[in-house]
Design a protein around this ligand. Structure first.
Ligand code: BGC
Length: 715
């Protein structure tokens, strides 16, 4: 008999339900504090999994209780939200997406996993794979933006990074693809609100990242808090059981979101906790995080006959199998056994700095305002986010809450040692107080440049952080207007460094700033990364993974829209448009400048008939006509012009990179698998349809600037 079957045959119902329970915990000087429970529950085997316990000492202590003081000695699964780093914080996922670099995404996850595992953790609740096309939604910060292809590539890279080559190795942790699925299109961008989308959008936009995660071997998946057309995801049998398990073959662990099983009652699909627990179990949810619905509700559900012991056993097997795969039975202390060497931590911070610098997305750079010369004499660093180390963290900080985070001022001081640096906040991030503005304006006299650090507080994005006005909060716009005016009169350039967990609506900054850097939230090394870009040590190369709206009324705005029967056409009023704002975004998906200047030419497609090859090779020549060496990201889109179903005007199918010195030209080669030309037909079954496919290649989703080629698809 296998270890798992043997254990199962010995377990009481209470012990089985313990394995299906994950409880939040903390730690005090007196020892572990388990939410609503005590360590006695670990001892009697009625809590089998924990989340939120931090530090190698505390994790070891609770693991010892489980392994050495319980009847069956089953180790705990211990999870934490390691979303963009553990102690060393990397850029938020939205910022990291701007790299369009799968290897870098994998590497930061690998490093975060090593750091987390060395704290005794065996699971993270990441990657977050929710496609977001609505910047009102605060959780936009946690994902990869608006595109399913990009999010799918992120999914693969992150799963590989967290889980490494073997789940059982001491530095691997189980990844958790979340939140399954279609959490991004919450009604009106309001957190936790209902979702109603078409089957097509579900299958073409929101499911592909999860398909990719499952194909990459993700160990666990978390259903979303939300409902989809009235069925809460935590109880969504058709998607969890029929689609995820039966169709995709996912046999890992489904872990509920925090209290989501209990919330089935609030959704209005369960009358009591036993009902809620039965719905979730029947849908295939293995672990109940924080609702205590399985421990309290399933015994009643068993009596009612709404679940069977077999239903419970199936879930227990899956949880035990995960623990086995993680190597926890063989050596429960393999994670957290030894502290990491100081040089490892130093190297990790350097990686965070490099990734941070590459995530910075330069939205505007008039008259080559940036980079600043290292010999600049005086620099004024103004704004509420200039000297704000803790604000650099971003939406999830895992164990990094109290680590030192480098703010802009500190980074600039180090990066410009011979420059006189002056600073004034001007105003707080979100207050009505303008009294600090005059002092800030003083610093615009007699200075060579102003670095104006504006944006959201780190807590204004992430979970439960939807904003109806995704703009500069407080009096920052007043500060910006005053600084622009004052500086312009004196001929002083103003460089805006903008912090946000989402694209913001910033028409004034876009118009008046001489240079504009989207710095998102870059984590531990933020200030140094920003300094590297401002000084020109690093040429910015981030490309926005989301369209930036001109006005909130354009939301949801994304490049993958269909043409409609009345596409915008100049001079014709009865076309799809606004009376008061253009249709296009302020900055399109993929936009991002560098210190180079790139020109595209000579698009080649071989073969030009897709039925002749499994993979089409698309080549384009790129030349750097600028004065600085820089890296360029090249995007490959397709458009199926005539099909049985109207297709989006652009579908992202690939991206590549090239680094070029001034005057240099190179060729970027992008591979397009012919299978990528399949789409969901009228009956939502995958089809290839003969015809002409447009191949569009260039620097962003601004369609008119893309090089156009053609590919034939014959039967
Ligand atoms: C969030 C999840 C997270 C969980 C555990 C929930 O509120 O929605 O994304 O993993 O808490 O912290």
């Amino acid at each position: 008999m296998s270890r798992i079957e043997k254990l199962l045959s010995q377990m009481t119902l209470a012990e089985k339900l313990g394995q299906l329970t994950m409880t939040a915990s903390g730690y005090a000087v007196t020892g572990p504090i388990i939410a609503g429970d005590s360590t006695e529950s670990i001892k009697d085997g009625t809590i089998g999994n924990l989340l939120n316990i931090i530090g190698p000492g505390p994790t070891r202590e609770v693991q010892q209780i489980a392994v050495e003081q319980t009847r069956l000695g089953i180790p705990l699964l211990i999870g934490l939200d390691i979303i963009h780093g553990h102690r060393t914080l990397f850029p938020i996922p939205l910022a990291e997406a701007a790299l369009f670099d799968d290897a870098a995404w994998e590497l930061s996850a690998r490093e975060a996993a090593r750091e987390g595992a060395s704290d005794g953790l065996s699971m993270t609740f990441a990657p977050m794979l929710d496609v977001s096309r609505d910047p009102r939604w605060g959780r936009t910060a946690e994902g990869s933006g608006e595109d399913p292809y990009l999010t799918s590539r992120m999914a693969r890279a992150k799963v590989r990074g967290f889980q490494g080559s073997s789940l059982s190795s001491a530095d691997a942790i189980a990844a958790c693809a979340k939140h399954f699925c279609a959490y991004g299109p919450v009604t009106a961008g309001r957190e936790y609100a209902s979702v109603d989308i078409s089957e097509r959008t579900l299958h073409e936009v929101h499911l592909p990242p999860f398909v990719a995660a499952v194909a990459a071997g993700v160990a666990t998946i978390m259903p979303a808090f939300t409902d989809l057309a009235g069925i809460p995801m935590t109880a969504h049998k058709a998607l969890l059981r029929d689609y995820l398990r039966d169709q995709l073959g996912f046999d890992g662990v489904l872990v509920s979101d925090y209290n989501a099983i209990g919330e089935l009652m609030r959704h209005g699909v369960a009358a009591d906790l036993a009902d809620a627990a039965a719905l979730a179990l029947k849908a295939g949810v293995d672990i109940d995080m924080m609702a205590d619905g399985y421990r309290k509700g399933l015994p009643i559900a068993l009596e009612r006959g709404t679940v069977t012991m077999d239903d419970i056993d199936v879930c227990v097997r899956r949880v035990l199998k995960l623990k086995e795969d993680l190597g926890l039975f063989d050596d429960p202390y393999r994670r957290g056994a030894s502290a990491e060497a100081p040089e490892v931590l130093i190297e990790r911070r350097q990686l965070a700095r490099r990734i941070g610098a590459r995530a910075i997305t330069m939205l505007k750079n008039e008259r080559d305002t940036l980079p600043l010369s290292p010999t600049v004499k005086r620099l004024s660093v103004i704004g509420p986010l200039a000297d704000a180390g803790p604000e650099m963290r971003g939406c999830w900080w895992s164990a990094g809450e109290n680590e030192p985070h480098v703010g802009v001022l500190a980074g600039i001081r180090k990066g410009f040692p011979n420059t006189e640096i002056r600073h004034a906040p001007g105003t707080a991030i979100n207050s009505a107080d303008r009294s600090g503005i005059p002092a800030a304006l003083q610093l615009c006299n007699d200075t060579d440049a102003v670095l104006l650090c504006l944006g959201e507080a780190t807590a204004m994005s992430g979970e439960a952080a939807s904003r109806a006005y995704p703009e500069l909060p407080g009096q920052q716009l007043a500060l910006a207007e005053a600084v622009f005016e004052h500086a312009r009169e004196r001929g002083v350039p103003v460089i805006v460094v903008l912090f946000s967990g989402r694209p913001l609506v910033i028409p004034l900054l876009a118009e008046k700033a001489d240079a504009l850097l989207a710095a998102w939230f870059l984590g531990t090394e933020a200030g140094n990364a920003i300094s590297d870009v401002v000084s020109g040590i690093v040429s910015p190369s981030g490309r926005t993974p989301m369209s930036w709206p001109r006005a909130l009324g354009q939301v949801p705005i994304f490049f993958g829209q269909r043409n409609s029967g009345r596409p915008l056409s100049q001079g014709d009023s009865f076309t799809s448009r606004y009376l008061d704002v253009p249709n296009d975004p302020l900055y399109p998906f993929g936009h991002g400048l560098s210190y180079g200047s790139f020109v595209y030419d000579n698009l080649r497609i071989t073969p030009d008939n897709a039925s002749e090859a499994d993979v089409i090779t698309v080549r384009v020549d790129v030349g750097n006509h600028g004065r600085h060496g820089a890296e360029e990201t090249v995007f490959l889109f397709t458009h199926d012009k005539v099909a049985s179903v109207a297709r989006p005007l652009l579908e992202l199918k690939g991206y590549g990179k090239i680094s070029l010195q001034p005057g240099e030209t190179g060729t970027v080669e992008l591979l397009l698998p012919a299978s990528e030309l399949r789409f969901l037909g009228i009956d939502l079954k995958p089809v290839f349809e003969a015809g002409d496919i447009e191949i569009l290649v260039g620097a962003s989703a601004e369609r008119s600037r893309l090089l156009l080629g053609h590919l034939q698809l014959t039967d």
